[in-house]
Structure formats: structure tokens, C-alpha cells
Design a binder for this molecule. Structure first.
Ligand SMILES: *Cc1c(COP(=O)(O)O)cnc(C)c1O
Length: 638
């Protein structure tokens, strides 16, 4: 099929397949008849909003790309989805306890996010989980609901413990989860001192392990949590002090993004057994906290691959409730309140990163001269021969030979035996050879291993106005995949195979792995840029873990953030905008003082005036450009 044929036939359905949007985004994202990405948090209601309309609204407000969109309603809908799914499972199985989730703040600690989680969570008494003193202090400022749980994990010093005990005094359901044996003594001491009865939990290490990126936090070798003999010691200490009634919670955390439901079931079964034994020991209990791990299907493959999940939220809930219930019923024990600390699953869908493409480096088709000058070096002639003899049966051989002669030519050049002009010609021949091999390779049924990924070396490079390190750090740090796609032009054929580079000019600042139903793609089909028209790409499912891990690589700071409320009538409101960092802000983080900087530069300019290098008027212009630069956005501004 040639390109023209394709052009006529490209459809919305083809874009849906190509970018997998129905698999990873079906709850909220779709493609419109106009070929634009739509968002709609109300299933069954015709109220979808085009991301392109949001882009124009954002631009009218004078906010530049890149921009992070946060959709309030999506967060609201995910909280409802998780809670309703648990409540449905509980009802259908006639489980006697209830579900009460807590949101782990570390997953996205931004004030606006925590604020919205507590606001939308209130109707389900969905609480918060904190792992440090600052997180506890933040949680206490946002938490209003006294029915919701506040779970304190992490190592706790006296100040942390006192803050938690005061929270209990104020009527909050605050739990201290013991992670190391030594903590108990301090908690009991402070509780006595402040005259508060603490709620104690124990975090255990399970012997079950799970697959996935983050599973070091679970399992026997995990650095967090107590082994069984330490748990028994805690029981004995509390017994001796006649305080076993304060032991109310069992907690474990298997790790984040557990793609396989089997691992989840095994862990639930093991923890439920420990819980039942603690009840038999005489502990009060009442709460079983299963930690995080509820996975997000980033690649839409619905498998147990790292970036996927082979179960849905309702399946997870049924398996958890069933697992807990069967152990409790076997032991004749009252059904506990089930807590999960699902973070990723609540917030991943909530945010979308949008950026414009600044430029493209296309792979040029290199013309090869019909004949070469006789006096050119031998390896150039040999390379030329290789180029002329490519056929379907010798692709691998041609590839090997081309690399060999390229290296010989490089050596000869370095020793002064080839001129720059001849080297330039040899490079053209080399790249044309690679190009021809890639074209021919497509006709092969079985592709030699060395040639499988050859497309990537001739892929176009799309330069995006964003920083991988700032906005999607996991993409760089742990090869996390996120769905990436254009948010418009989806009725046109995406004829260019591409990789995406960011503007940090760092060789790691790129996206070159893309989701694919059959695994991982090394290039992403995109549309050719059009003169005078911006081209916008979206990175989806970036609400979890990406915002706070971001670093100040090359001093690109926070992006602009816009919060959006979608209305059921298909309109939308921009409810909040947070300007990204200015140059001044990011330099401040690395201890520059903008007043001092201006003073220093003023002096440099003043000296230049004295030396007659610039006029006094130029000095004023130069200084005002410097000051405007300090105030400006760190990203590329039009
Ligand atoms: C990180 C973490 C979570 C969140 O896990 P998700 O996979 O995002 O749900 C929950 N509990 C603890 C203790 C954690 O460290």
C-alpha cells in the first residue's frame, strides 16, 4: 500500500487502534469525529470535551505550553469507582465489614490533589496515609472527616508521634503503624505523657513476593515491616502492659503496580491468616490494611506485563473481599474493616501533560552518485558496491559490510588519509544503504535479529517543548511506559515514524519506547508538521508519582498546571491555574539571588559602557532583556 492510498483511507478507527486509546483510556478518553482526543468522565452522557478546546482556552489565558491538565471529575470518578467496586463486592458476598480506603500522599503530594481527594473522598470516608512528618502535617491541614482513617507509616520520632496523638485528641481516627520494633516503646511513653490512648498497627513482611518494578518493598527481604517473631514480641509487650486492646490494625504493602492478580490473592490470604492469629492472641484488631499495589493498565494490554494489569478494579475488589472473608469464616472471626492504600489507581488518570512540537529532524533521503572518482579511497568504493547490490537475500550481509567500511573510512579519515569532502560522500552512501535496508526489510517474513530495530536509527526526531526529567521522570528512571499520542489530526495518516526528544538536549531526555498491544514499540507514528500550525502531543496517565519526583534537570522547572472541571452539559471551567516556575524561581532553588544577579550584570554592563563597547541606551535594553528573562517561563515561549 503506498502513502497516497493510505491517505484516502485513514480513519478514526485506525487511530484508535494505532494509539490503543480504547484499551488504556476507555473510561475517560476517546477520539471525536473531527479527529481530536475527547475527555468525558460521565459514561453514557454526551458531554465530552475536546482537549484542543482546552488548549485554546489555556492559550487565551496567556499560559504557554507545556501545561499539565488536571481533571477534577476524573479524580472524583476514580474515587467513586474504587469505593463503589468494593461496596458492590461486599454486598454481593454479604461481607459483614466495610471498606475504607486511604490515599497515600506520597503518590502525588500537591496540595490541590490532597485537597480534592479529601473533598471527593468524604462521602466514602476515604482517608489519607502518610509516611513522614511533613506528610502528616500536610494531611492534618486538609483532613476534615473524623470518620475517615489517617494511617501513619514510616519511621516516627517524638515530634511525629506527638502530632499523631494530638490528632487523636481532636477526634481523628489516627493509627500508628509500627515499622521497626523500637518504635513501640516511644509511642507508649508519649501516649502516657499526653494521656491519649493510641491506635496501634503492625506492618508485617510477607513471605509472598510479587512481580513488578517495586516489589522490593514486599517479601521476606523487604527493609520495611516486622517479621513474625517481632510481631509476637509486640503482642507480648502490650500484653504485659495490659494494653493489647490498642493493637487494632495489621498492615502490609506488597509494592506498587502489581500486574498479576495471583500475587495479590496470595498476599491477602497470608495476611488474613496473620490477622486471625492476632485475634486469637487476644488483640482487639478490627482493621486489615492491604497497602497499595492496585495496578494501572498503562499499555492497555490487560496482561501481567510490568506496565499493565491482568485484572480490573472490580475483579481486584472481589478477590480481596473473598480472600479476607474465607480466612475469617474458617476461623470464626468477625470480618474486619478492609483498608487499601491504593494511590496510583486513584490518581494516574487524573493528569495529562500537553506540549507542542518545536521542530523535527527528519531523516533525509541521501542521494548516492552513480559513479565515484577513481582516486577515492578503497573502502569508499567498497561501500558504494555494497549500496548497489542490496537485495532481499543479502540484507544482513550488506548491513554488516556497511558498518565495517564505515569504520574503516573513519579510521582513514582520522589518520589524515581521506578528505572531508570524501568523508561527506561516504556518509551519504552509508545512510542511503541503511535506508534501503530498512525499506527492503519490510518485505521479509522473518527479520534477522540485528535488523529488527533498525527503523529507530532512521526515525524522525520530534522535539517536544517539555522536559522528561521534570514531567515524566519514571520514563527515564525506570523505563515506565505512558500512552503518548497526538491530540488532533487523528483523521490524517500519521506517516512519519518518530521518536520524541525533549528540550533538555540531554541524550536521556527522550521518549523512545511506546506502548503496543504486542509489547513495546521503538517508534511512534506521527503526522508531518504543517507550516504555521502547532502540533500538540499528550502524555496520558501521568497523575501518579510523576509530579514530585521531577527534578530540575537543566533548570527546567514546574510546568504550568491548569485544573479543569467538566460539566455534564459538555462545557468546562478552568477552576484553577498555577503558573509554572519562572527562571528566577528555579535559580532560587539552587541558591541564586536574583537581586544580586541583576546587580552583578548591571556592573558588567556599566563597565562595558565605560569601555565604549555599548552605549548607555544599549545598556538599558540589555538589562531589561536580562530582567525579562528572569521573570519568564523556563520552557520555550513563542
Ligand atoms: C507507595 C505506597 C503505597 C501506594 O502504592 P500504589 O501502588 O500507588 O497504590 C501504599 N502504601 C505504602 C506503604 C506505600 O509505600
Amino acid at each position: 500500500m503506498n502513502k497516497v492510498e493510505l491517505l484516502g483511507r485513514w480513519t478514526r478507527e485506525k487511530s484508535e487502534d494505532l494509539y490503543g486509546i480504547k484499551s488504556w483510556g476507555s473510561r475517560y478518553f476517546s477520539i471525536s469525529d473531527k479527529g481530536e482526543v475527547l475527555i468525558n468522565p460521565y459514561p453514557g452522557v454526551e458531554s465530552a470535551v475536546s482537549l484542543m478546546d482546552i488548549v485554546s482556552g489555556v492559550k487565551e489565558r496567556g499560559l504557554d505550553m507545556p501545561v499539565l491538565l488536571r481533571f477534577e471529575n476524573v479524580l472524583d470518578a476514580q474515587i467513586a469507582y474504587l469505593n463503589d467496586s468494593f461496596n458492590d463486592a461486599i454486598k454481593s458476598m454479604d461481607y459483614k465489614g466495610r471498606y475504607q480506603g486511604v490515599y497515600p500522599i506520597k503518590v502525588n503530594q500537591q496540595q490541590q490533589v490532597v485537597h480534592e481527594v479529601t473533598k471527593f473522598g468524604q462521602r466514602y470516608h476515604h482517608g489519607l496515609e502518610v509516611g513522614s512528618k511533613p506528610e502528616l502535617i500536610a494531611a492534618l491541614s486538609e483532613m476534615k472527616d473524623k470518620e475517615a482513617c489517617l494511617v501513619c507509616n514510616g519511621y516516627k520520632d517524638e515530634e511525629f508521634i506527638d502530632l499523631g496523638l494530638y490528632a487523636i485528641k481532636l477526634g481523628f481516627k489516627c493509627f500508628f503503624v509500627i515499622e521497626i520494633p523500637g518504635e513501640l516503646e516511644l509511642i507508649l511513653e508519649r501516649a502516657k505523657e499526653l494521656n491519649v490512648t493510641p491506635n496501634i498497627g503492625v506492618r508485617i513482611k510477607l513471605s509472598s513476593k510479587a512481580g513488578g518494578h517495586w516489589t522490593e518493598s514486599g517479601g521476606d527481604r523487604s527493609i520495611f515491616g516486622l517479621n513474625m517473631s517481632q510481631v509476637i514480641e509486640i503482642v507480648d509487650v502490650l500484653k504485659a502492659k495490659n494494653m493489647l486492646s490498642t493493637l487494632k490494625m495489621l498492615h502490609y504493602h506488597l509494592g506498587s503496580q502489581i500486574p498479576n492478580i495471583r500475587d495479590i490473592r496470595t498476599a491477602v490470604g497470608e495476611a488474613a491468616r496473620v490477622y486471625a492469629e492476632l485475634v486469637k492472641e487476644g488483640a482487639q484488631m478490627g482493621y486489615l490494611d492491604l497497602g497499595g499495589g492496585l495496578a494501572v493498565d498503562y499499555d492497555g494490554s490487560n496482561t501481567n506485563y510490568t506496565n499493565s494489569s491482568n485484572y480490573s478494579v472490580p475483579e481486584y475488589c472481589i478477590d480481596v473481599v473473598e480472600g479476607v472473608m474465607s480466612v475469617m469464616d474458617d476461623s470464626g472471626i468477625e470480618h474486619p474493616v478492609i483498608i487499601t492504600e491504593s494511590g496510583r489507581a486513584l490518581v494516574a488518570y487524573y493528569s495529562v501533560l500537553l506540549f507542542n512540537v518545536l521542530d523535527v529532524a527528519t531523516f533525509e533521503e541521501h542521494e548516492v552518485p552513480e559513479t565515484l572518482n577513481e582516486d577515492m579511497a578503497a573502502p569508499i568504493h567498497s561501500l558504494h558496491e555494497v549500496n548497489k547490490n542490496i537485495n532481499l537475500r543479502n540484507l544482513q550481509e550488506c548491513y554488516n559490510d556497511a558498518l565495517y567500511y564505515r569504520d574503516s573510512i573513519r579510521d582513514m579519515f582520522n589518520h589524515g588519509n581521506i578528505s572531508l569532502r570524501d568523508k561527506a560522500i561516504s556518509e551519504k552512501i552509508f545512510w542511503n544503504t541503511i535506508y534501503e535496508i530498512v525499506q527492503k526489510k519490510r518485505e521479509l517474513k522473518v527479520v534477522p535479529a540485528a535488523l529488527v530495530e533498525l527503523e529507530t536509527v532512521i526515525a524522525d526526531i520530534y522535539y517536544g517543548n517539555f522536559s522528561v526529567f521534570q514531567s515524566i521522570p519514571d520514563c527515564w528512571a525506570i523505563d515506565q511506559l505512558f500512552p503518548v499520542m497526538p491530540i488532533h489530526r487523528l483523521l490524517e495518516v500519521p506517516s512519519r515514524e518518530s521518536v520524541i526528544a525533549d528540550i533538555t538536549c540531554d541524550c536521556d531526555g527522550k521518549i523512545n519506547k511506546f506502548i503496543d498491544a504486542q509489547g513495546i514499540k521503538k517508534t511512534l507514528p506521527l503526522h508531518p508538521l504543517e507550516e504555521n500550525h502547532d502540533y500538540y502531543l499528550g502524555v496520558f496517565l501521568v497523575g501518579a508519582y510523576q509530579e514530585t519526583l521531577g527534578d530540575l534537570h537543566n533548570l527546567f522547572g514546574d510546568t504550568n498546571v491548569v485544573s479543569i472541571r467538566l460539566n455534564e452539559d459538555g462545557t468546562h471551567d478552568i477552576v484553577n491555574e498555577i503558573r509554572g516556575d519562572s527562571v528566577d524561581d528555579v535559580l532560587g532553588y539552587v541558591e541564586y539571588d536574583s537581586n544580586e544577579m541583576k546587580a552583578n550584570y548591571r556592573k558588567t554592563a556599566e563597565d562595558a559602557v565605560k569601555k565604549g563597547l555599548i552605549t548607555a541606551k544599549e545598556r538599558r535594553e540589555i538589562l531589561s532583556a536580562y530582567e525579562a528573562g528572569l521573570r519568564g517561563y523556563t520552557y520555550y515561549e513563542r
